[in-house]
Structures are given as structure tokens and as C-alpha cells.
Design a protein around this ligand. Structure first.
Ligand code: SF4
Length: 369
């Protein structure tokens, strides 16, 4: 069964009880026979039966799971990766899907991103109280793709009004609405960390990927979160279609300045991957790449190989990006030139050395006016 389990599993149980026909299964694979009696795996996509609305899904039930016996793992020194795996969090979502659903590298055509649906703030706080009563734990990880700001602010206010004391964290988009005052509201409601996409850290590519943010905006928003005492993790990306060596080196310079200015404390470089259900995977020509032929598609094989005529050596650059970031996260190496981090000579950065500090000071001034 794919994506949300509630409707597919209920329908499967109903099928086993003889209440449904096999062609009523929802997002479910089963072994079928073709007209020659040969077995094949068939995916049934029944669109008549709707998924359970967010207001009705209820709180997760951990009954029967030995919660105290799971291992806590600390596999990397990266601060946000440590929050992910070292210790246990109750998991919830504020909404289903993503309210933005435009990023060209994201699987926006799939139900788990595309179907946006929220529950009210009071329903969420009720679920939180239920989970605290069941598990005795007050740490919450919101596993939304991107927490919707309006619902998030309403939720934070209700937590404070109802005097429910928790620690929570989740993914956001670094967008304008997160002003210093609103970041402080989130901190007051128990927010301890946020993660979000700065991705390629290049305005040309951020526009191409329809991320809806600029590097300057990310600098201002991440600084507001950090100043409110909230740990910030940035998802970084390299190897995006048509990305040049110059843009990659400039992106590293942006990251250097952002970390030196205390905008975020944790980050990770991900190599871009084209996926079958993303706008890039569906319309590669719009992004200047060609997809390699796929002889056979297996279950859940979502990544697609592609050719980018730009010809940038992303393998070589990726090593340098990781090395530099690792040092920056330890607060060292900020004075090294970009060329220091790479095994081969690279182009010099074209970014101004005070670009991020200026963006932050303009923002602070505009808030004070
Ligand atoms: S990358 Fe994140 S913000 Fe962009 S569409 Fe996907 S889930 Fe939404």
C-alpha cells in the first residue's frame, strides 16, 4: 500500500471480510493474472474512496510498542541529525501535504504532498494531550513536509492559552511571514528547532526550482529564528540542472557567510536527484536536461538518471562542499578562501563579502521603523 495507510488498509481489511471487490482497493499492489494466466503485479488506484480528512484521523496509538526499549542513535555530529535519531519524539502532523507544492524537484504530483488538509488548533492540542497521557513524553516532532504558517501560529497561541507545555520541532519554508515577533511566539510555545530548504543558495536556481524564497530572505528569516533561541538546520542542494561551478562556489560562499553570521547552526549538502513524480522528472526539457532511458521500472523506483549538458564536475565539488560545511559547523575555517576546500583549482567567488550581513541589517532596520 502506498502513502497514507488508513484508507488503503481499511479497504484491504474490508476486502478480506468479503465486503469489497479487489478492484476497489486503494493505492494497493496485488498479484493478478493476465489473459494468458501469467502472474503480474498490479497497482489498483481507486479514486472513488476518499482518504480520511485530517480532522478525523485522530492521534497515533502506541499501545503494545515497548517505547522504552528502542535504541537512541547518534550517528553524526550534525546537530539536527542528532535531534532526529538520539532520543524519542511523539510524531504528529499539523497538516497533510504541503501548502506550497510548487518546488520543481519535489514529488508534488503524489498524494502525500499534493493533498493539503489541516485540522484546527484545538483538535491538535487535544491530540497532544492524549499523546502525553499515553506516552508520558512531552517532546513532539511535527513530520509535515512544510508546516503551514497560519495554522502554526494559531496552534502556538492555543498551546500557550491552554498552558500545555511541550518541546516541539519540524520543517518549515524560510518565508517572509516568519518575522522576529512570530519566531518569538513559536519559541514561547515550545519550539526548539526548525529545518528548511535553502537548497542551491543561488537566486537564479531558486527561481528555476520555484522555491519562492531568495538567499537574502532566508538570511533574514533564519536569523530571526536563531535570535529567538531556536536551532536552525538548512537543507542544501548541489548538482541541480544547469548549475555551474561558479554557482556552486558562490553557494558555498553564501553558506559561509550565513553560518558566520549565526543564521543557522546545522546544515547538510544533498546531491540533487531527479524523481519520476516531480515537475523536473515529468518535464525535463524545461530544465535543460534529458532523462536516460529506463528499461524497466521496479516497485518504488523513483529516481531517474539524467544527462545535464552543462557538464559541471559535481562529484569533485561535492567533496569540497562537505569538507567546508563540516568545518563551519564546528565554527572554524571561515577565513579560508573557497579554493582551500576543493581538491582541484576552482573559480573564485563573485559574491560580495558583506552580502549577508547587509541583508540582515536592512531587515533589522525595517523591523524597527
Ligand atoms: S520541497 Fe517542501 S516546500 Fe517545496 S513543494 Fe515539496 S514539500 Fe513543499
Amino acid at each position: 500500500c502506498l502513502d497514507d495507510g488508513e484508507r488503503p488498509l481499511i479497504t484491504l481489511l474490508e476486502y478480506f471480510e468479503g465486503k469489497r471487490e479487489i478492484d476497489e482497493l486503494v493505492r494497493t499492489y496485488f498479484l493478478a493474472e493476465d489473459e494468458n494466466g501469467q502472474p503480474y503485479v498490479h497497482l489498483n488506484q481507486n479514486t472513488e474512496l476518499h482518504d480520511i480528512p485530517q480532522s478525523d484521523v485522530g492521534a497515533p496509538i502506541y499501545d503494545g510498542l515497548p517505547l522504552t526499549e528502542y535504541l537512541s542513535l547518534c550517528e553524526m555530529l550534525n546537530p539536527m541529525h542528532r535531534i532526529w535519531s538520539d532520543g524519542r519524539w511523539n510524531k504528529l502532523t499539523i497538516a497533510h501535504g504541503c501548502y506550497w507544492r510548487k518546488c520543481s524537484f519535489c514529488d508534488v504530483s503524489l498524494d502525500y504532498i499534493d493533498r493539503f488538509d489541516t485540522a484546527g488548533a484545538d483538535i491538535l492540542v487535544d491530540r497532544i494531550e492524549t499523546l502525553i497521557a499515553e506516552t508520558g513524553q512531552t517532546g513532539f516532532h511535527f513530520v509535515d513536509e512544510a508546516l503551514p504558517p497560519k495554522a502554526l501560529f494559531a496552534f502556538a497561541k492555543r498551546l500557550i492559552e491552554r498552558n500545555v507545555v511541550i518541546s516541539w520541532w519540524g520543517n518549515i519554508r524560510f518565508e517572509r511571514t516568519f518575522s522576529p515577533a512570530r519566531c518569538q511566539l513559536l519559541a514561547d510555545s515550545g519550539c526548539i528547532a526548525v529545518s528548511g530548504g535553502l537548497e542551491v543558495a543561488s537566486d537564479r536556481l531558486l527561481k528555476l526550482m520555484k522555491k519562492g524564497v531568495s538567499v537574502e530572505r532566508v538570511a533574514q528569516v533564519t536569523k530571526a529564528f536563531s535570535d529567538a533561541g531556536i536551532l536552525v538546520h538548512a537543507y542544501l542542494m548541489y548538482g541541480f540542472p544547469t548549475q555551474t561551478e561558479q554557482e556552486t562556489v558562490d553557494a558555498l560562499e553564501m553558506v559561509r557567510q550565513l553560518m558566520q553570521q549565526g543564521c543557522f547552526q546545522s546544515a547538510y549538502w544533498h546531491r540533487f536527484v531527479a524523481t519520476a513524480h516531480s515537475p523536473i522528472g515529468m518535464n525535463p526539457e524545461e530544465f535543460g536536461i534529458t532523462l536516460d532511458p529506463r528499461p524497466e521500472v521496479f516497485f518504488a523506483e523513483n529516481d531517474v538518471d539524467f544527462t545535464d549538458p552543462t557538464g559541471t564536475d559535481h562529484d569533485m565539488l561535492g567533496e569540497g562542499l562537505r569538507k567546508a560545511l563540516y568545518n563551519y559547523m564546528h565554527g572554524i575555517g571561515f577565513d579560508q578562501p573557497m579554493s582551500f576546500w576543493f581538491d582541484q583549482p576552482v573559480t573564485r567567488t563573485t559574491m560580495k563579502k558583506d552580502m549577508i550581513s547587509k541583508a540582515i541589517s536592512h531587515f533589522i532596520l525595517s523591523q524597527e521603523e
